[in-house]
Design a protein around this ligand. Structure first.
Ligand SMILES: Cc1ncc(COP(=O)(O)O)c(C=O)c1O
Length: 294
């Protein structure tokens, strides 16, 4: 199925879609974006993604982007034209096109881009059975990781290094040893007591939509949850680690820096019971919201 795009009012095959050279997103990463999972043409957590997009636009002082109902209409039309079922909807809003100058241009309308691509979520169910490998890397990103901007070079280089080392994802840590998140995922640790730990919301991490959904499901299922930092040293001895993201959506981490996770426990190097249980709760939630069945 060919990928489709929407650019400032036009729907067209992705191969024919483009933005002007002086789009501020291209020259300054002066843009925010969202990636939304579509299960059988139904978006997951649509409102949470729109809320985060709106928050990012406000933080960057980008005004004039379409509101949620208009975005929903465009997304629906795009998905229909692309004749897709399962896939990823990408939304990007830049400050617009203007003569290159660092300062904000006056009277410039934002550029709105959406793309629609197929994505096989069932591959994730298979990866869930084996778990994935991660490698720890220093967090070299900027100081506002809470904003989902297209300035992703730190994440891109981290992901490339992880892939070079044969891993699925990077686990970023700060100078003090605190684990922040992955290059494009949020990181979780399960303590021996069963408590789930994930970095609190701050400028050091992206407020992941899947992170929020898993927090809600975990609390509803009576898990004890702590939003506090954990260290790389703690991760190395944790019974279980896992990651979450829109495209994940929840994958057990079974190797960290080449060593099995959960060393000394019954499930060392294989997915643990907590991540497996939470993943089941999450797939059930996906079915509840979208009607999708694995
Ligand atoms: C840095 C970072 N953290 C976490 C996530 C996960 O966020 P979400 O669950 O909203 O996909 C992403 C997603 O791209 C990300 O780029």
């Amino acid at each position: 199925m060919p990928a489709f795009a929407y650019v400032n009012g036009r729907y067209l095959p992705l191969a024919h879609a483009s933005l002007p050279v002086e789009d501020r997103g291209t020259q300054f990463a002066d843009a925010v974006y969202e990636v939304i999972a579509m299960f059988g043409s139904q978006p997951l957590d649509w409102r949470a993604h729109c809320w985060r997009l709106r928050r990012g636009l406000a933080a960057l002082f980008i005004a004039g982007a379409p509101e949620e109902p208009a975005l929903a209409h465009i997304a629906k039309t795009l998905w229909r034209r692309a004749r897709l079922e399962d896939g990823l909807l990408y939304i990007q809003v830049s400050r617009g096109t203007a003569r290159r100058d660092h300062g904000f241009p006056a009277n410039t309308a934002p550029n709105l881009v959406m793309t629609a691509r197929a994505f096989d979520f069932r591959q994730r169910l298979r990866q869930q059975q084996t778990g994935v490998a991660v490698v720890s890397l220093p967090d070299q990103r900027w100081q506002r990781c809470d904003l989902k901007t297209t300035g992703l070079l730190g994440a891109v280089l981290g992901k490339a290094e992880a892939r070079r080392l044969g891993a699925f994802e990077a686990m970023f840590y700060r100078e003090d040893g605190t684990v922040t998140e992955g290059a494009s995922t949020n990181m979780w640790l399960v303590e021996p007591s069963g408590t789930l730990v994930t970095h609190p919301l701050s400028a050091h991490i992206l407020p992941g939509v899947m992170r929020e959904t898993v927090l809600r499901l975990a609390r509803d299922a009576q898990f004890t949850v702590a939003e506090r930092p954990f260290t790389l040293a703690q991760a190395r001895t944790a019974p279980e680690l896992f990651l979450t993201s829109t495209t994940g959506p929840l994958l057990p981490i079974t190797r960290l820096d080449g060593r099995p996770v959960g060393t000394g426990t019954a499930h060392a190097g294989i997915p643990g019971p907590t991540a497996t249980r939470l993943a089941t709760l999450l797939w059930n939630e996906i079915t509840r919201q979208t009607g999708w069945h694995p």
